[in-house]
Design a binder for this molecule. Sequence first.
Ligand code: GLC
Length: 548
Amino acid sequence: MKWWQKTIVYELYPKSFKDTKGQGTGTIRGIIEKLDYLASLGVGAVWMTPVCRSPMVDNGYDIADYCSVDPSYGTMDDMKELIDEAKKRNIRIVIDLVFNHSSDQNEWFLESKKSKDNPKSDWYIWRDAKEDGSAPTNWRGIFGGSAWTWCEERGQYYLHTFASAQPDLNWANPEVRKALYDAANFWVDLGAGGFRIDAITYVKKPDVFVDGTPDGDDGMVSVHDMTANQPGILDYLHEFKREVSEGHDIFTVAEANGVKADELKYWVGKDGAFDMLFEFSHINLEFKGIETWCRPDPWKISDLKKALRDSQNATKDNGWYPAFFENHDKPRCVNHYFDENADKKMAAKAMGTLLMTLRGTPFLYQGQELGLENVAWPSIDCYNDISSFGQYEFALSEGFTAEQALACVHEFSRDSARTPMQWDDTPNAGFTCGTPWLPVHEDYREVNVMKQEQDETSVLSWFRTLAKLRAEYPVLAEGSYEEILADHEQIIAYIRKNEEDELCVLINLSNETAAYDPSLCEGKEVILNNAETYEKGSLAPLQCVILR
Ligand code: GLC
């Protein structure tokens, strides 16, 4: 097994982690300061969302220079020190490659937009207007509004899957691909332990661009439906593998919204392009097609179980699964998967147990280890996230009231995952001595690292216990996965097994007591339990146990 299959990855949102300059945004020195904290969680790799120079229209997912560090985060020397200091603690730093698009302030785009005969003319996706001057197609960008923006200087439109400040790179041009691979190799040479590759499903564009049937009252159709996962995309991605990742002791995990479990074999594993792939079926349970916050569908625990079953099965013999229930784009899991009445501390522990005991590498997201919850700010103006604005406007255009549109934002806003890390109960939760760029969650005096470190029953202590358990029982990393009680409507349960050991994980995902066949418990000892009692054949609401 490779090192990254046995470890825990921590996803870190640098802007909100730890500020050492009083500027209200996190710094790389802040991360260095907290490396021992990360080590205490058993973390062997830290994936940082992008820290390259950026105008921060999308908090770093709009890169102006791929081989740089944004001055707000620090310097390249800070970055080197981080990589070295992390290495001393057996932690590797994972870089986020945003390769589908750059910032519109990237030198490449500034050149490309100058004229049609500029040497970089063809580095982005340019098209003429329709005869009436309107955009080349009716595609809606993922953050809302048209996916095309008019450029006066060049007299053409450019395509952007996301915000207009994030023009899509033209991967059909080999020079572009080479420039991107060179950038990735710059980070390999600097000592990166791996890459998370952003929004990869969009890099191959369709051969012809045509209007689609509108899916909303705005007359537009989601750009995702028109462009994601085009035939031939895997050729590019295999080239990336050959040019960048192959031959290095690093891992790659690609963000691939829309890739189904049964397609995983082409994407990951020995013959796949990446080591792991984030697919979203278990996290987008309420969105059957595109992610439209105002149109969620109801879902059941059995849907979650099915999504997890499919991805576990798909990576059983080939590839490797990156387990995650939170990231910087998703609501907090205790709110997302459970209703208001659920005991959030129990829920955080149950989800933590699921995360750390599925077969695969757990990706723990900043603040999840404290059981942080969503924010619900009183007005859309309190929010910062560009996609929240787009979703809010879309809901209004679909006839929702302002109050209803805001309720959708409360439920799904990416800002909930981006509020500053809660270190202690001092002002701004010890995140900054300046004004935080995003308000700290109002519960920080009760919920913070300092307090939870002193409490054996806290969510943080639970995560540390889980990390120790993974170290103590290698079967959790190495063992096979076999689901049991597959038809149970409340409990997800499975056996992790290798030649030496066998563990049985039982998690009641519902807020009601759940019964199961008590013979499952015969001859087994309880090695983990988030409730005070243990009764064979019955789990309290949100109770989880591991039996050996
Ligand atoms: C990915 C990132 C998200 C970003 C988008 C555009 O989905 O996770 O945060 O906004 O790509 O780069």
